[in-house]
Design a protein around this ligand. Structure first.
Ligand code: GLN
Length: 576
């Protein structure tokens, strides 16, 4: 029978509860335990699909087309396992199911109530993940203990422990131990209050993960242990880390996985963290500078592009690159300003998005990258704007656009497919989840993936308009990946460009820390090449300030003290 770990949070939101849960999942996996994960979200939206990215961050898409909370992205990246839409349940979806059952008459006229009907539905959602091929289900309860909305969830997990037995359930509570400047002290009171609140709901935590800026002293851990009635070795400290990928090592050091396994009576192999340690070593020693810009609409909330950023990080880890991210508001680069904003970047990403705002800026960025040989990766909407840019600037199709932005465009190079026209319901009209593409032999994407058939996740309504395929066939522009029936364009690229590649899919959802998504890896390779090329050019053309001062070497042949060889070796990449 599967065991269950429930992760709750206290004191404040944004403590990294999802990351803590993910890191624990990773540690259990490293012991050979089969783990799956789930997020219960207390809000009323039925799924995050229609939620504003400015407010809620990215919508994470699972292989089966679920539009889910961004924490599922952390789960998949840490436990390296594909989840599905069952791994995210919201209050909205739970109520919908109960109300639909009531309408069908399933409750035979009885009074339908939060307890037991809503709580039973929550328990059903938890239990359905505990399949035969899973040893441990980790369930993160969104929100913070003390929120009104969270009560049915706390009641459900309390009952769940009774239903399946104490030795099969582990309650992990994540709290904050703030540092109060004036008194120069770390404070345990918020943790005490939060645990008191949890206990008032009938849940005694089995371990507490204390988030803090600086490490906690043993004395403080003892105090928390004593006041919260948790063994001292079950008071785990996760001080702020330099990278989220360090967290599993910190929790392991603190003995969390051992404590969990002991409590749940899980017989496991010892944790094998060699691969992960090697990854962290690479992260910490990264030294090849590279600047990548994300040209987007939601740049004021970087969580809106969480998986894109993580995929870039993974690609950087691969090459030992020290990534400097530049957030570029697409609207800011409309018209003439593109050059000034993009000139010192080594690569750009034009990510996915919806709606008109900033579109012309993204088109300008795509054009600048195309003309200047700047590596550019387009994702979903990014592929659409790159297509529009090429149509307008190279193919001379004036007014080319997507019908999403200009329904009367004379050249709708991006358009709805016939089957989607006239559908007005916001849910259920998108191409969602995994789709297969066939890649063209000899293309950059074929080389990147090292495969002829690939599978990537999708989330969009509009497509490359097949009526225009022929016009794009000009010898340079290549539709390098298409659907098996050859109707949908999935990948595009330019033959003459170092890297101007785009996909209608979202490869960022399948990237892993030790195995970056191929297109991100290749963008990074091209960007590093450009960065290192530029360094060489600078060294070559511009005399160093010391040279200027003493008047020597003004001919511009460059200094000789730098080992140029070392710089170029890096450019070859450390690819596997
Ligand atoms: N708005 C575009 C569409 O619906 C692109 C969507 C996206 O980038 N995810 O097709």
């Amino acid at each position: 029978m599967a065991k269950h770990i429930f992760v709750t949070g206290g004191v404040v939101s944004g403590l990294g509860k999802g990351l803590t849960a993910s890191a624990l999942g990773m540690l259990l996996r490293s012991r050979g335990v089969r783990v799956t994960m789930q997020k219960l979200d207390p809000y009323l939206n039925v799924d995050p699909g229609t939620m504003n990215p400015f407010e809620h961050g990215e919508v994470y898409v699972t292989g089966d087309g679920g539009e889910t909370d961004l924490d599922l992205g952390h789960y998949e990246r840490f436990i390296d396992t594909e989840l599905n839409s069952d791994s995210n349940a919201t209050t909205g979806s739970i109520y919908s199911a109960v109300i639909a059952a009531e309408r069908r008459g399933d409750y035979l006229g009885r009074t339908v109530q939060v307890i037991p009907h809503i709580t039973d539905e929550i328990k059903r959602r938890i239990a359905r993940l505990a399949t035969d091929d899973v040893d441990v289900v980790i369930t993160e309860v969104g929100g913070t203990v003390g929120d009104i909305e969270i009560l049915p969830f706390l009641e459900a997990i309390r009952q769940f422990r009774l239903d399946v037995g104490r030795e099969n359930v582990f309650f992990l509570h994540v709290t904050l131990v703030p540092f109060i400047g004036p008194s120069g002290e770390q404070k345990t009171k918020p943790t005490q209050h939060s645990v008191t609140e949890l206990r008032s709901r009938g849940i005694q935590p089995d371990a507490i993960v204390c988030r803090s800026e600086q490490p906690l002293t043993t004395e403080l851990k003892r105090k928390i242990s004593n006041l919260c009635d948790v063994d001292v070795e079950s008071v785990v400290n996760a001080a702020d880390a330099s990278s989220i990928y360090v967290i599993p090592l910190v929790l392991h050091e603190e003995g969390l996985d051992r404590t969990v396994c002991r409590h749940l009576r899980l017989e496991t192999d010892p944790a094998d963290l060699r691969g992960w340690q090697e990854l962290v070593g690479r992260i910490e020693s990264a030294d090849r500078p590279v600047r990548i810009g994300i040209v987007g609409k939601y740049v004021s909330l970087p969580d809106a592009y969480l998986s894109v950023v993580e995929s870039l990080n993974h690609a950087a880890f691969h090459f030992g690159a020290k990534l400097q991210l530049e957030w570029i508001q697409a609207e800011d680069i409309e018209g003439m300003l593109a050059a000034s904003r993009l000139a010192d970047l080594d690569g750009i990403i034009i990510p996915g998005g919806f709606g008109q705002r900033g579109i012309e800026g993204k088109i300008a960025a795509a054009g600048y990258a195309r003309e200047q040989g700047l590596p550019c990766l387009g994702l979903c909407l990014g592929m659409q704007v790159m297509t529009i840019e090429y149509a307008r600037s190279v193919l001379g199709l004036e007014g080319a656009n997507s019908t999403e932005f200009d329904p009367d465009s004379p050249h709708p190079v991006i358009d709805l497919m016939e089957t989607q026209r006239g559908v007005t319901d916001l849910g259920g009209t998108m191409r969602l989840g995994n789709y297969i593409a066939e890649l063209r032999e000899g293309s950059q994407v074929h080389a990147a993936y090292g495969a002829s058939v690939v599978k990537e996740r999708h989330r969009h309504r509009y497509e490359f308009n097949p009526r225009y395929r022929g016009r794009f066939d000009d010898g340079d522009f290549v539709c390098s990946g298409v659907s098996p029936d050859n109707r949908l364009v999935e990948f595009i690229e330019l033959r003459s460009h170092p890297f101007w590649v785009a996909t209608q899919a979202h490869p960022e959802f399948r990237s892993r820390p030790a195995e970056p998504a191929p297109l991100f890896r290749e963008l990074m390779r091209a960007a590093l090449r450009r960065a290192e090329q530029r360094t060489l050019e600078l060294l070559h053309l511009e005399p160093s300030s010391a040279d200027v001062r003493d008047g020597s070497n003004l001919s511009g042949t460059g200094p000789t003290t730098v080992d140029r060889e070392a710089l170029t070796i890096g450019a070859a990449g450390a690819d596997s």
